[in-house]
Design a protein around this ligand. Structure first.
Ligand code: C2E
Ligand code: CA
Ligand code: CA
Length: 459
């Protein structure tokens, strides 16, 4: 009796140990190796590959829009999809490869003993083929796609952590191109990432080191050519690099949240500058400032704008804020109330890069907006694409019906200007009129425009 009890106890202990062991190294939902076991196996594979000179591919895969499956069909279906994906992936690869669940809807795959780089493309095809057919869950067809990045030992890393990290970076690069994409980890990509990382670090001191500069580009009335408004465009002068364009550093500032202090600096500097110009006797132009969606989401934004107006003594009518079409369309509820408050103060609002999101103009009708700025890609294609020409015509016509002013951005040639004038476009901006210029050159520009206009008036 006692012996049987001891025996039963031992079996129970072994069973518990096995279970603990399973939980430490395997994912409970799918039964796949977890990331700990994956890293172990990858380390072993690397030490073997060091001797055999073979390559190892590490794939970081993430299901596209998995959240929407969970949200619309429930977590039970979501779990079932994860299980089915796991099975199919495991079936596609050899026993000596490892398919593991990294977390949520992320998977890691290791393929070892690769002879040539050609093999990498074959593996990528295997992953893509896994998602060709829909997955059947509770007799329902569910289409799933995935994006993935591939890092290859020894080129993209010599240890497990570096390889996984680089595959992850490559996956993000793939995601940025849309769904169902994959990306190989290349040196160029890594260099870019290191460069951006350095820039992000340096950006923290940009404001206090006085490295930011504003350039100004005029918006002119299409019919008369008189300057109506100046758009402030920020640049970053970094001593060892030179001038850095906003398209490079604004996204970094948005990621880190630094766009809030940077945006405030831009707003304040621009308002102060236009106030100084007005005090010097320039005609009553507006200043237009680009505002990121991150700034708009900040609950203090309206108060900040009010404070800047007060501090600089600028009349709210003289200020225009530009928000991109994507910000206006995607976040309408929150942003709508902020825009309404700004309008109430007397500030004007423009929708920037209009047309890129294909939102309907009638939707803008419900928004407190004064101007739309037609994205420069349409102007660039004006004589190349009949579709774009028709779209521009439509945008101008409909905006005016809705009582909105229309600006054409990126006007580079006389023919474009004349064509837009004929269509009744209100305002024009672009290199044909003027490049963005430093504040010191703005006075010269006004003098020049004044002379041109007087000459035209005499004709
Ligand atoms: P955006 O607001 O659409 O500004 C217009 C961009 O087009 C400017 O580039 C301008 O130099 C350029 N551009 C103007 N006319 C022409 C033309 O005729 N042809 C061509 N090819 N380009 C033209 P920039 O200054 O490099 O700014 C790029 C973007 O960076 C801006 O696009 C804006 O989205 C963002 N940005 C600039 N300053 C700020 C800022 O202070 N805050 C925020 N949040 N974003 C800013
Ligand atoms: Ca703009
Ligand atoms: Ca624009």
């Amino acid at each position: 009796m006692i012996i049987t009890n001891i025996f039963a106890g031992t079996i129970e202990r072994i069973r518990q140990e096995q279970q603990i062991n399973f939980m430490a190294y395997y994912d409970t939902l799918t039964g796949l190796p977890n990331r700990t076991l994956f890293k172990d196996r990858l380390r072993q594979a690397i030490s073997l590959a060091e001797r055999t000179s073979k390559m190892i591919a590490v794939i970081f895969m993430d299901l596209d829009s998995f959240k929407s499956i969970n949200d619309t069909m429930g977590h039970e279906v979501g779990d079932e999809v994860i299980i089915k994906v796991s099975r199919k992936l495991s079936e596609s690869f050899r026993k000596s490869d490892t398919v593991s669940r990294f977390s949520g809807d992320e998977f890691l795959i290791m393929v070892n003993n690769l002879e040539s780089t050609e093999d990498i493309y074959k593996i990528a095809d295997k992953v893509i083929n896994t998602f060709r057919e829909p997955f059947i869950v509770h007799s329902q067809k569910i289409y799933v796609s995935a994006s993935f990045g591939v890092a290859v030992y020894p080129f993209d890393g010599k240890d497990a952590d570096t390889l996984i990290r680089n595959a992850d970076i490559a996956m993000y690069e793939a995601k940025s191109r849309g769904k169902s994409q994959y990306s190989l980890c290349t040196d160029d990509m890594k260099e870019e990432i290191v460069f951006k990382h350095e820039l992000s670090n340096k950006l923290y001191r940009a404001v206090e080191n006085n490295e930011l500069i504003l350039y100004y580009q005029p918006l002119v009335v299409a019919k008369t050519g008189e300057i109506r408004c100046m758009e402030a465009l920020v640049r970053w002068y970094l001593p060892d690099y030179g001038m850095i364009a906003p398209n490079m550093f604004i996204p970094l500032a948005e990621q880190s949240g630094l766009i809030v202090p940077i945006g405030e600096w831009v707003l304040k500097t621009a308002c102060k500058q236009v106030k100084a110009w007005l005090d010097m006797g320039l005609p009553p132009i507006q200043i237009s400032v680009n505002v990121s969606v991150i700034q708009l989401r900040n609950p203090d934004f309206v108060a900040t704008v009010e404070r800047v107006l007060k501090e600089t003594g600028l009349n709210a009518k003289q200020l225009n804020l530009e928000i991109t079409e994507s910000a206006a369309v995607k976040e309408s509820d929150n942003i709508l109330s902020t825009l309404k408050k700004l309008r109430k103060l007397g500030i004007e609002i423009s929708i920037d890069d209009f047309g890129t999101e294909y939102s309907s103009l009638s939707r803008l009708n419900h928004m407190p907006v004064n101007r739309i700025k037609i994205d420069r890609s349409f102007i660039n294609n004006l004589f190349k694409s009949e579709k774009d020409q028709a779209l521009v015509r439509g945008m101008i016509h409909l905006s005016q019906t809705l009582g909105l002013r229309v600006v054409a951005e990126g006007v580079e040639r006389k023919e474009q200007l004349e064509f837009l004038r004929k269509l009744g476009c209100d305002e024009i901006q672009g290199y044909y009129i003027s490049y963005p210029i430093p504040a010191d050159d703005v006075l010269k520009l006004f003098k020049h425009m004044d002379i041109v206009m007087r000459r035209q008036a005499r004709k």
